[in-house]
Design a protein around this ligand. Structure first.
Ligand code: URA
Length: 207
């Protein structure tokens, strides 16, 4: 029997579209918009906060220090970076100048909301079974809530529109820890969340 044709999927936003976005003022000082990256078949989508300095310059998500740490955590969790789709809640780098350095500034609610059309388009195009929100900004963007308690969410993945949402620390949180012990503990928490995401993605789909 011929298989019923699947309705065509939406495409992920093109680099030029994200780059041309003027929905909030962040484009003005950023080098470029940074769209997500990864295979269309990815079962796991990782959502960060916003591009950092390196990402802004290279135009790719998670290629700086936080990205390297994320790569290590993925490997520990048995996930290949090339198999997951990696993106951010906000697609332009928000920063403040300190001397010659561009220091990360947390995006505001209006910027997250303005950018949500791109994240939604990515979710509809990729249709991941599991979304991992890295940090509170990502969790709030993914869940469409103004405020989220990361600690509560980390203990209990939630279902949203047929997908599981796993929340965990942002890799930069690990890099900000002062002691080796707390760095290790935060890193292990991310690894555990990624393992959980991999298990959920391997299970039966909810829709
Ligand atoms: N931090 C993020 O949230 N995303 C990146 O792409 C890099 C650093």
């Amino acid at each position: 029997m011929p298989r019923r044709a699947e309705p065509p999927r939406e495409a992920v936003p093109a680099r030029e579209q994200v780059n041309a976005c003027r929905r909030c003022p962040l484009w003005h000082d950023a080098t470029q918009g940074v769209p997500g990256a990864g295979p269309a078949s990815a079962k796991v989508m990782l959502v960060g906060e916003q591009p950092g300095n390196e990402e802004d310059l290279q135009g790719e998500p998670f290629v700086g220090p936080a990205g390297r740490l994320l790569g290590e955590a993925l490997a520990r969790a048995g996930l290949e970076r090339d198999d997951v789709y990696v993106t951010n809640a906000v697609k332009h780098f928000k920063f403040q100048m300190r001397g010659k350095r561009r220091l990360h500034k947390t995006p505001g609610q209006l910027e997250v909301e303005a950018c949500s059309i791109w994240l939604e388009q990515e979710i509809h195009a990729i249709e991941p079974a599991v979304i991992v929100a890295l940090g509170a900004t990502a969790a709030s963007a993914v869940l469409g809530k103004k405020r989220v308690a990361l600690s509560t969410l980390m203990d209990a993945p939630v279902e949203k529109e047929g997908r599981m949402v796993v929340a965990t620390y942002h890799p930069s949180f690990v890099l900000r820890q002062r002691s080796e012990e707390s760095r290790r503990a935060a890193f292990e928490r991310i690894v555990a969340s990624l393992r959980q995401a991999a298990r959920l993605a391997a299970g039966p789909r909810r829709r």
